[in-house]
Ligand binder design. Structure first.
Ligand code: CDT
Length: 330
């Protein structure tokens, strides 16, 4: 019998700055209900799914930004999501901003902030947590930019690595090797490979990606923004023989456009489902996990073909260095 699971990408349309969890959670509940009606066992929501993409807004005092973060899951505002997850027997990826109050040895409380995602089991338990490693943007207000992208101000670099867990999914409880990425992580092959080295079968990732390059450092055609996103996800799935569910927060948030184009990708790197709108939209695909075997046992049989002794620079070096210079002998 094939190991087929039905997965859904629950794309969210825009969330305006003034809209709170009381507006967003009912929209997410409708998507969960539709996912259940369409036979989904796994549902993936976007990065920072409960709020607008707040890193575009500058707060001089970080404490003023606390209302964008969750200090516990579930909370009174998110409890209805957990109730629906239990009712429908779903496994759910949820992206959110996490605020942790850490107390040090001297009893001093320090606030720590992460861009986080969790996998929630059909029982409502948290199966796995991931904190975003590749934080794009900048930490200080950048006057040359049309729009701020202050992830380096609002979040610490994730400290949980790239974990993979084998866990039963959905009401049927099929065991699946599950991993997570968040938005910009998808552009870094190192992140995918660390998941691949743990035999990941399903990579879930949410994103908020501006439709236009906002760095003001040169022109980038808009269609290339989508191409680059898909290229990264398709190659990540192919090179690590896994399925990927990549889910956007899309549309115009307070006038700032985020692209949609949520996709589900198979281990051959093919897009098997694609969102057609920049609004709340559910796309669903059946994923036969046995398809992960072909790549894993042939071209990407890591045990047989990887050469870590030649990859030293990948972990020893961060930035690039100029190459050795060759000069003709005469
Ligand atoms: N949210 C997020 O990581 N967005 C980035 C935008 C990069 S531009 C600063 C992305 O890689 O899609």
């Amino acid at each position: 019998m094939s190991r087929t699971i039905t997965v859904a990408a629950a794309q969210l349309g825009p969330i305006q700055k003034a809209e709170g969890r009381d507006v967003v959670v009912p929209r997410m509940l409708r998507l969960l209900e539709r996912a259940h009606q369409r036979g989904a066992e796994v549902v993936v929501f976007p990065e920072l799914a409960l709020t607008t993409f707040f890193p575009r807004w500058y707060h001089e005092d970080l404490n003023e930004a606390d209302h964008w973060y969750e200090t516990s899951l579930p909370s009174p505002a998110t409890q209805p999501l957990f109730d629906a997850i239990r009712k429908y027997g779903l496994t759910v990826y949820l992206g959110y901003a996490e605020l942790v109050n850490d107390t040090d040895a001297q009893g001093v409380v320090r606030k720590r902030r992460f861009n986080t995602s969790v996998i929630i089991a059909p029982s409502g338990e948290i199966v796995l947590k991931y904190r975003k490693v590749h934080l794009p943007g900048h930490a200080e207000y950048a006057s040359h930019r049309a729009v701020q992208h202050l992830e380096k101000r609002y979040f610490e670099v994730g400290d949980l690595g790239f974990p993979v867990v084998r866990a039963p999914v959905g009401a049927a409880g099929q065991p699946v090797n599950l991993g997570m990425l968040i938005c910009n992580d998808r552009r870094w092959p190192e992140a995918w490979r660390v998941l691949g080295l743990q035999q990941v079968e399903l990579v879930m990732l949410g994103y908020n990606t501006p439709a236009m390059n906002q760095d003001n450092k040169g022109f980038e055609a808009h269609h290339l923004r989508v191409l680059h996103s898909q290229l990264a996800i398709q190659s990540g799935c192919y090179q690590n023989a896994c399925f990927g569910v990549a889910v956007a927060k899309a549309g115009k948030e307070d006038g700032h456009e985020l692209f949609g184009h949520s996709i589900i990708v198979n281990p051959q790197g093919e897009i098997i489902a694609l969102a057609a709108t920049w609004d709340d939209e559910l796309i669903v695909a059946d994923c036969n996990l046995d398809l992960c075997e072909l790549g894993r046992t042939t071209v990407f049989n890591f045990e047989k073909h990887r050469r870590p002794e030649a990859y030293g620079r990948i972990v020893e070096q961060t930035g690039s260095v100029p190459p050795a210079v060759w000069t003709p002998s005469r």
